[in-house]
Design a protein around this ligand. Structure first.
Ligand code: BGC
Length: 384
């Protein structure tokens, strides 16, 4: 078990360092407007982002736009309010306007197949951004993080917070003897990432559930039961409230919650606090995980409220997307570092995966403040 956990923690680094880079076979948009004859100044890249309600997509959008403009391209950045028809329309328009490349972070990864067909027919290369576009061969490249490792890191953070693992992520000498109660949350089922996060987390947690170290009193242990449609904070908060009312009435204690994203974590924490389960971890608040290192959650981590999050440096993701677009527009293939993991149902999409980092109260300063990602003032105020 202990070796497994450690291997998992190292998985993202090994993946990034260990894989031989090989160029992915594009999905057939090689007759696109790129080809090296037009200047960047004459080319426009459409950037379709899902929503402005999550801090990360705002940052992603701004970084992609900036990166494209630095290379001389025009960027058309659109957000779709988490509404699928809006996103379809935005992309239809980008194709009608004969944009030269598309960078798409989908709402529902399977809802854009006709747009992808049209892009292919028009010779416009498509880069799937962070979330995999599914059920279509017409996806030329995928840039993302090591999503399975995100889930593994979330689960390891939970086990560490519960005292099952020590600070080296090995079985703790003073691990609690009694069974610990946890509840599990997943993301939106139409987002391919949600399954990767869940599978990564369950890969780590299942053995502990099987051997009785952990119990899930609600019995809700499938991704369908744990899912949070459209990743909405209120939905997660409501589900937590309902679980507390139905399964934690008497003596039952809740020790931890696997949460896949920071806004959901904050919704869950609201529910736990309102139910009088403590204000901070020190005074009994259950261990809650997260993802994205949003400033409001990093602030809660610094205050000992949220236990952990996962940092994904979206500036690097934006860079990779811009590099991939630039390669296609110069008639080249972008460099993939994974040509196996992301089968979208129609084809295995050549991918570039970036590493992720676990953030805890003891390392947020080093990873997020010393590196200049956030200032200490931002962490204190909880605002960017
Ligand atoms: C992203 C996460 C994000 C979630 C909700 C996922 O596809 O990978 O970083 O928290 O969507 O927006």
């Amino acid at each position: 078990m202990q070796n497994r956990s450690m291997k998992m923690l190292g998985a993202s680094a090994a993946l990034v360092l260990g894989l031989t880079a090989c160029s992915g076979g594009g999905a057939g948009s090689d007759e696109g407007d790129g080809g090296g004859d037009a200047a960047p100044e004459d080319m426009t890249v459409g950037v379709a982002m899902p929503t402005q309600t999550y801090e990360r997509w705002l940052n992603d959008g701004a970084s992609v736009e900036e990166g494209l403009e630095e290379l001389g391209y025009t960027a058309d950045l659109q957000f779709a309010d988490d509404d699928i028809p809006t996103q379809q329309q935005q992309i239809d328009q980008m194709i009608t306007q004969e944009y030269d490349a598309l960078i798409i972070a989908s709402i529902d990864g399977s809802a854009l197949t006709s747009q992808l067909d049209a892009a292919e027919a028009a010779g416009i290369p498509v880069i799937s951004y962070d979330r995999l576009l599914t059920n279509s061969e017409n996806v030329d490249f995928y840039v993302t993080f090591d999503n399975f490792a995100v889930g593994q890191n979330q689960a390891n953070a939970l086990l560490y917070g519960l005292g099952v693992l020590d600070e080296n992520f090995e079985p703790a000498d003073d691990a609690p003897e009694e069974t610990l109660n946890v509840e599990l949350f997943a993301g939106s089922l139409d987002d391919n990432n949600a399954r990767f996060f869940w599978d990564g987390a369950m890969d780590v947690l299942e053995p502990y559930i099987e051997d009785g170290t952990l119990a899930v009193p609600s019995g809700q242990t499938t991704i369908e039961q744990a899912a949070t449609q459209r990743w909405e904070q209120e939905t997660a908060q409501e589900r937590m409230e309902n679980l507390l009312t139905s399964d934690y009435r008497g003596e039952e204690e809740l020790d931890g919650v696997l949460s896949p994203a920071d806004p959901l974590s904050r919704g869950i924490i609201n529910a736990l606090r309102s139910a009088g389960m403590g204000d901070t971890i020190e005074d009994g608040l259950p261990i809650v995980t997260g993802q994205d290192a949003e400033i409001a959650s990093v602030s809660l981590i610094a205050e000992g409220v949220q236990h952990s999050t996962i940092f994904k440096d979206t500036r690097n993701l934006a860079d990779e997307a811009v590099k991939a677009a630039d390669a296609f527009l110069n008639g080249e293939e972008p460099e993939a570092n994974d040509t196996e993991s992301y089968d979208n149902g129609s084809a295995v999409i050549p991918s570039f995966l970036l590493p992720v980092e676990m953030i805890l109260e003891e390392n947020y300063e080093e990873i997020l403040v010393d590196s200049g990602f956030y200032t200490e003032e931002q962490v204190e105020s909880g605002q960017q």
